[in-house]
Design a protein around this ligand. Sequence first.
Ligand code: ATP
Ligand code: MG
Length: 433
Amino acid sequence: MIKLITSVHGMHDCLFPNTILWKNVENIIQDTLNNYGYQEIKLPILEKSELFKKTIGEYTDIIEKEMYTLFDKNNNSLTLRPEGTAGFIRAIIEHNIFYNNRRFWYNGPMFRYERPQKGRYRQFNQIGIEILGLASPYIDAEVIIVVNNIWKKLNIINNVFLEINSIGSLTDRQKYIKQLILFWEKNYLYLDLNDRKKIYTNPLRILDNYKYKNIKLLKYAPKLQDFLNKESINKFNEFCDILNFMNIKFNINNYLVRGLDYYNDIVFEWKSYDIGSKNISKTICGGGRYDKLINNMSNGKNINGLGCAIGMERLLLLVQINKSLKSNINYLIDVFLIPMESDNSLKKILIIGELIRKKFPKLRIITSYLFQKIKKQIIQANKYKARFILIIGPNEIKNNLIILKDLYFRKQIVISENQLILNLEKYFSKYLF
Ligand code: ATP
Ligand code: MG
């Protein structure tokens, strides 16, 4: 017996027709981003490992546990990107694109060595947004408006909820972290073993453990909000005002800190209870400001930035709950061409196939080369989820006719060759024009 080679744990194939759903969702997102003037940027999947250590933060989950790091033949340490912002910032600095008021997006696979479960994989895809050189909270609000519109277009607005917070400046956070460490030290005995290790390395992350909320430990913990500077508070309030003005619902969650070190001020996450296990929400899209990141990575370039990333697999799980997008893919093939013989009827079909493909470039048209009995071929066409069958046999050749079978309405018409285009136009005009 040959031992079968399977895919890597936590990495999945996406098969037809899910690929269609994926493409539809991608198109909706990309059209929306284009509509707001965001431009695409394509970035490498592999980067130097030090890039991620420097940007994401050494004591984050991603760097400590989740990196796919490998060595090339020259013994250079390279890492499959776990997220998009680090590579984006590297590219901006490398190409000297420090323009203000620029909006970008990227789309592609990310890699994290995590424990796989529904909605959590080792290879997953993100569509990310990054914006450079805008300080006003109007742009933070714009990102929220854009993504909110994407949820509306995908019909999942009722499956998600938005949480926002301000984590202040780096200085605010340092003052707060000092107090928080003191608090964890005092309450050492209440902490999980795993969290005890984080007291000095990533004390903010301990706040994410919902267990402590249950035992009311968090109630007594110092609050970052009490350490925020005036400007950060004003910006956050302004941000909330705009969201209210635009009728966007949100909750303020003071425990939302995000898992990466580079954020400051406004941070946000859209979550849903409809992915994986009930009662535990999963994040679909998360992001925030990173005003100091470019400065830290370059030789003193001062340009601020912000961004967010949508997890495609989680989004697709949500979209699949929704019936209206699904109905788009009831038919996977529009016209299934059946020549009854491999001589003249095949030749005729080949010519007709080219003709209708040229006339209707968006239709999906397949030619069958099975030359079996018509019943068997109709079964095939149904398996392909075809909408129409077009049949030509010796009889049709002789009389210059074509049989057109509508598999949805289960009716058949016999038409002359020159009526074909007109007939197809009539049927498909709804979604061709
Ligand atoms: P989580 O808290 O669920 O681990 P995260 O905070 O690590 O998420 P981000 O780094 O903010 O996630 O990434 C943005 C989005 O990418 C997430 O909201 C999620 O939709 C998606 N994502 C992150 N990690 C995974 C994964 N392992 N599998 C599938 N999607 C993921
Ligand atoms: Mg994570």
